[in-house]
Design a binder for this molecule. Structure first.
Ligand code: FES
Length: 93
């Protein structure tokens, strides 16, 4: 996706909208925006970083943790996910 992708992240009562930097994951995007999202393995196998896409779409580079049903409901591993639409909103529970 191009540079003008916008990512909105909700985490711990805060909502931040930020420009997406090409090549970054949603986890890295959240960190760059000053948030402290949960993470552990960062290889797509533990699901510590999971969050739900509530607007737009994201694609995962690797998914060794989520079921197909969870993916269908919009859950992503943010350490593996990149935006696939011009706007993406992601919610950490
Ligand atoms: S940090 Fe383990 S799957 Fe993302």
């Amino acid at each position: 996706m191009s540079e003008d992708v916008e990512v909105t992240i909700r985490l711990g009562g805060r909502t931040i909208t930020t420009a997406y930097r090409r090549g970054a994951t949603l986890l890295q995007t959240a960190r760059s925006a000053g948030l402290r999202p949960p993470s552990s393995c960062e290889t797509g196998s533990c699901a510590t970083c999971m969050a739900q896409i509530v607007r737009g779409r994201a694609e995962m580079r690797n998914n060794d943790a989520l079921t197909l049903d969870e993916v269908a409901e919009g859950w992503v591993l943010t350490c593996q996910a990149e935006p696939a639409t011009p706007t993406v909103e992601v919610v950490y529970e």
